[in-house]
Design a protein. Structure first.
Length: 156
């Protein structure tokens, strides 16, 4: 029997989500039916739920990010506020979910989407992911229009 629907469908949810969701997350008697309306309600609330930005500094955030992402730059001189596009692109293309959650809590989803719209190159999978979580169209992104028409095959 399902006690709470949201952690099963969407793991990174705040504990306050229970109070927002209300009776939709609780099973209804012996016939515990998870209908389309409940899933739709959870999805709408989850996508409108705002993850607040943290008050951590850029140095603290960079220390928590995976060190393999930024092997080619000096982390002592790097600044996440000065070059957000570089950090966002690296985490999207090569980071893990912990890196993504940390980046999202630092910048916020809207800033990430705005920066991604200006990137010249972005992996197609990453572009699809950003479009899915922000409910935007790929045509709004610069990398969608500037991708290479005839990609050069790898020379093995």
């Amino acid at each position: 029997m399902i006690n709470f629907l949201a952690p099963v469908l969407f793991p990174p949810i705040s504990p306050n989500f229970v109070s927002i969701l209300g009776n939709y997350a609780r099973p209804r008697g012996h016939n515990c039916h998870v209908g389309k309306e409940i899933i739709t309600k959870v999805w709408k609330i989850q996508t409108k739920y705002v993850i607040l930005q943290t008050d951590m500094s850029s140095k603290e955030c960079m220390e928590k990010l995976s060190s393999v992402l930024f092997w080619d730059i000096d982390m002592e001189q790097a600044d996440m506020d000065k070059y957000p596009a570089h950090f966002i692109q690296r985490v999207l293309e090569y980071g893990n979910m912990d890196d993504w959650r940390l980046l999202r809590s630092y910048y916020g989803l809207q800033k990430i989407v705005d920066e991604c719209k200006q990137l010249r190159t972005l992996d197609p999978v990453c572009l699809s992911y950003i479009c899915a979580i922000s409910h935007t169209k790929p045509e709004e992104y610069r990398c969608y229009h500037t991708r290479q028409l005839n990609p050069i095959p790898w020379n093995y």
